[in-house]
Ligand binder design. Structure first.
Ligand code: PGA
Ligand code: ZN
Length: 378
């Protein structure tokens, strides 16, 4: 279960989606308690807020209220030292910038089409640097626009929640074929720009306990075979949430089967929660974890979740949300800890592009000292 995002509910403005209660909790409940504390004491302040809330999922004060203060502390401490946010989050002599995972075709709950798979991603691992990877991704995205227009008409280039195109397709293979052709059309090899999917399979797991995908209903075993065939056909590098969010067993099986050369990422299954990640590591249910600040609700707990992933030798992927703000915090978080991937949407729409621009600025500020995580996957 994700930490609770507190909204005003029925009687409130914005059809109940307003956050005046959360704002009031910041100003009236949290504010007076943290006042006077040193912003550099991130963990102390985070623990104070966790205690003040007192619920396992931060439902009293709201994870949105708590996280906003937690992130503001990190920023205030950085400003005080006149340091970049990533340096404040973790001091290091050498920083490594992540490979962008760009979601260029949207499906599932993020688009008004019939694709079951939520995200089709490109991963420019063969780039020379993070900035170079952003450029390559942007080029492939524009090529994809042409491929989709010529194949399916201009209606196919409307975009979904994360800025990826939302073509009126039903079949997983049709989306992957279009992307593969766009990679080629941009002059890149399949090894330089790899592909991945986030199935977000809880969203197509029915009451009949079958997975409804590509016009058929599949059981666990059949779906596992299907992923294996997609992996081979398209040389998929990453596979996120292949099974619904409580399926530790099937995650373990598919990791045993494909995990040697595929990054099997858990998002909905782990929800950036330490105890779930610990269970996953013990059961070898995946070999990678997705990290979202607002799934858990403080910077310290997010850092702890990342630490568990690193300690297990897992691939740590820092991620945005489909509903995002223009805050580029995650560009700093990924760089600070050397997460090899950042997932932050298509190279389109301000709230996605803000993160890519920030990564480029960070790379520029590091100069020749900036390392890039791409090569290890090329
Ligand atoms: P969400 O999707 O932010 O809508 O949960 C992102 C993801 O599934 O990775
Ligand atoms: Zn996901």
């Amino acid at each position: 279960m994700e930490a609770l995002e507190l909204r005003d509910g029925d009687s409130g403005s914005f059809h109940g989606k307003g956050v005046s209660k959360a704002v009031s909790n910041v100003n009236k409940v949290i504010g007076p308690k943290v006042k006077g504390h040193d912003a550099a004491g991130q963990r102390e302040i985070d623990e104070l807020m966790i205690e003040l809330d007192g619920t396992p999922n931060k439902e009293r004060l709201g994870a949105n209220a708590i996280l906003s203060v937690s992130m503001a502390c990190a920023r205030a401490a950085a400003n005080e030292r006149r340091a970049s946010l990533f340096r404040q989050l973790r001091a290091s002599k050498a920083y490594t910038l992540p490979v962008p995972m760009m979601n260029v075709i949207n499906g599932g709950e993020h688009a008004g089409n019939e694709l079951a798979i939520q995200e089709f991603l490109i991963e420019p691992v063969g780039a020379d640097s993070c900035a170079d990877a952003v450029r390559m991704g942007a080029e492939v995205y524009q090529s994809l626009k042409s491929v989709l227009t010529s194949r399916y008409g201009r209606g196919a280039i409307n975009v979904g929640d994360e800025g990826g195109f939302a073509p009126p397709l039903r079949k997983t293979a049709a989306a992957l074929d279009a992307i593969r052709d766009a990679v080629k059309g941009s002059g890149y090899s399949e090894g330089d720009v790899r592909m991945g999917i986030d199935a977000a399979s809880s969203t197509f797991f029915g009451k009949d306990r079958k997975y409804h995908i590509d016009g058929v209903a599949m059981g666990e075993a059949e779906l596992g075979d299907y992923y294996a065939s997609l992996r081979d056909e398209y040389d998929l590098l990453t596979l996120e949430d292949p099974f619904e969010e409580d399926s530790f067993g099937p995650f373990t099986s598919i990791t045993r089967r494909l995990g040697r050369n595929t990054v099997i990422i858990g998002d909905d299954i782990y929800v950036t929660n330490a105890s779930r990640i610990k269970q996953g590591v013990e059961e070898k249910a995946g070999n990678a974890v997705l990290i979202k600040l607002n799934q858990i609700g403080t910077v310290s707990e997010t850092v702890d979740a990342m630490g568990l992933g690193f300690k297990a030798g897992w691939t740590v992927v820092v991620s945005h949300r489909s509903g995002e703000t223009e805050d580029p915090f995650i560009a700093h978080l990924a760089t600070a800890f050397g997460a090899p991937f950042i997932k932050t949407g298509a190279p389109a729409r301000g709230e996605r592009v803000a993160k890519y621009n920030e990564l480029i600025r960070i790379q520029e500020s590091l100069g020749s000292g900036a390392r890039f995580a791409g090569r290890r996957f090329a």
